[in-house]
Design a protein around this ligand. Structure first.
Ligand code: F6P
Length: 533
């Protein structure tokens, strides 16, 4: 039978409940149910989520759980973990979880043997990551003039950049003291040229990261480094030297590019780009924090994989976060989801999550090829607290829009000190409380009125270890998956990005605005730029 979320009884119940939801007060839910915080808190590994400050009454919560139950979540989840081709528009399985799995993890008997084989393949591919990262870290990997590597440039974009860049920033506490990581993604020449100016080509390694090895921006940035090696070292075809490694699912394309076979670190095509930091795309992470810590990161993700497959919906962290998002998005008309980490090392988390969430769930065609008649993925945005408090929090407190927030913080931070950390956490707790509680205005001073009733989650990591970082990322991966299941969309393709790529190629193929076959506005802009040059 064809599934549509809007045809479920739970959806109709939620629509009905939403009509009166804005008249309810979150603070009153706590009075009605003194156990609310306890009931609406959940643990997974070293992650603790308190979701009690949401505009969700007990009965709405039950209806949201019913929505999950009436969706194909259970069967899709089993299908994903057992390697079925759930990415139907690209005819692929979706197996990033296999990158952190162990032998015996698969409990569906029919899929057990295949799954164990996959784990063996992954372990073999990751052993290359271990080998190369250790050689680089030990100083045994030398450039063409015999000097050890001091700088690694990861050239990649989207999933071949955001995950490794976030992980290296988040886990800087564990970074190798003498090896610097650089991330080049944008085709903006100013970025790569200014980075190269600071580097010594004799001691620089390029990690060319691209699942397909066809991405325009990545290949142009790589070409610029090839020119740099040729100019500075007289090293022609540096891609064939020890200054280059290729991280890819296409050994064929990397070989055609000239990378030596043993310098190609491969991963399987069933790993989506935005889910690839766990694969050889994570080489820069292993170089930075060491392979053992990289494995810890995988172990943290695996813990969430197990939790996601085994915990009942009402205690299942990714399911809970997904359902809350759906409530605001589909029933209370929220357009966005803010993610505010109270940790500067997680500064890049919102931009990482933008690809994960918006490239996955920014869809309007159902799995059956129909146009959706309900909203799908929310606009995800955010930046670190306390900086955000001095920028956009005004709108969160007194603006007219509903913008649910995920506050994320570390219970303990060994990189900080007691005083700073107390102030940081105090601010986060105060913000989430102030958003919920609000405050009456003094007489005649309406501008000092805080309506409150603004929802938020508080997600605490015991500390920012590689393991907990892995758990955090896997949590959001599965949250996005759950939402995709309920919305009946394919969260694993990204056809939406193709048209712009095609038009850029078309535009670049034209030499002049005079000949370009473009819309009138774009033609005029093209002509204006030409006139400036
Ligand atoms: O254009 C979007 C995209 O395909 C992302 O999904 C992907 O992470 C990125 O481009 C980079 O692709 P690749 O790793 O193949 O260079």
């Amino acid at each position: 039978m064809t599934y549509s979320p809007t045809a479920t009884t739970a959806w109709k119940t939620l629509q009905h409940q939403a009509e009166s939801a804005n008249a309810e007060r979150i603070t009153e839910f706590f009075t009605e149910n003194p156990n609310r915080t306890h009931e609406m808190s959940v643990e997974c590994g070293q992650l603790h989520l308190d979701f009690s400050k949401n505009l969700v009454s007990d009965k709405t919560w039950q209806a949201l759980l019913a929505l999950a139950d009436q969706s194909p979540l259970d069967s899709f989840r089993a299908a994903m973990f057992s390697g079925e081709t759930i990415n139907t528009t690209e005819n692929r399985a979706v197996l990033h979880a296999a990158l952190r799995a162990e032998i015996g993890d698969q409990k569906v008997a029919a899929a057990e043997e295949e799954s164990d084989q996959r784990v063996r393949l992954v372990k073999q591919q990751l052993s290359q990551v271990k080998l190369v990262s250790e050689k680089i870290r030990n100083g045994d990997w030398v450039g063409s003039t015999g000097k050890a590597i001091t700088d690694v440039i990861n050239i990649g974009i989207g999933g071949s950049d955001l995950g490794p860049k976030l992980a290296c920033s988040a886990l800087q506490e564990f970074a190798h003291p003498n090896i610097n990581l650089h991330f080049i993604s944008n085709v903006d020449g100013a970025e790569i040229l200014s980075t190269l100016k600071k580097l010594d080509p004799e001691t620089t390694l390029v990690a060319l990261a691209s699942k397909t090895f066809t991405t325009q921006e990545t290949l142009l940035n790589a070409k610029t480094t090839l020119n740099w090696f040729a100019k500075e070292l007289g090293l022609n075809d540096a891609q064939t030297s020890s200054h280059f490694v290729g991280l890819t699912a296409s050994r064929e394309n990397a070989l055609a590019y000239g990378i030596p076979n043993e310098q190609i670190l491969e991963f399987a095509e069933w790993v989506g780009g935005r889910y690839s930091l766990w694969s050889s795309i994570g080489l820069s992470i292993a170089i930075s924090i060491g392979y053992d810590q990289f494995e810890e990161m995988l172990a943290g993700a695996r813990e969430v994989d197990i939790h996601f497959q085994s915990a009942p919906a009402e205690k299942n962290m990714p399911v809970i976060m997904a359902l809350l998002g759906i409530w605001y998005n589909n029933f209370l008309n929220a357009q966005t989801n803010a993610v505010i980490p109270y940790c500067e090392r997680l500064l890049l988390l919102p931009s990482y999550l933008q690809q994960l969430d918006m490239e996955s769930n920014g869809k309007s065609t159902t799995l059956d090829g129909q146009q959706v008649d309900y909203d799908t993925g929310a606009i995800l945005w955010g930046q670190t607290g306390t900086n955000g408090q001095h920028a956009f929090f005004q709108l969160l407190h007194q603006g007219t829009r509903l913008a649910p927030v995920d506050f994320i913080a570390l219970a303990v931070d060994k990189m900080s000190n007691e005083e700073h950390h107390r102030v940081l956490l105090g601010n986060m707790l105060a913000q989430s409380s102030a958003l919920m509680c609000g405050q009456e205005a003094p007489a005649g001073e309406q501008h000092r009125y805080y309506p409150g009733n603004k929802p938020s989650n508080v997600l605490l990591l015991k500390e920012l270890s590689p393991k907990n970082f892995g758990s955090l990322i896997a949590l959001y991966e599965h949250k996005v998956f759950v939402q995709g299941c309920i919305w009946n969309i394919n969260s694993f393709d990204q056809w939406g990005v193709e048209l712009g790529k095609k038009m850029a190629n078309h535009l670049l193929a034209e030499n002049s605005a005079q000949t370009a076959d473009l819309d009138v506005s774009t033609k005029a802009l093209f002509a204006y730029i030409e006139s400036c040059q």
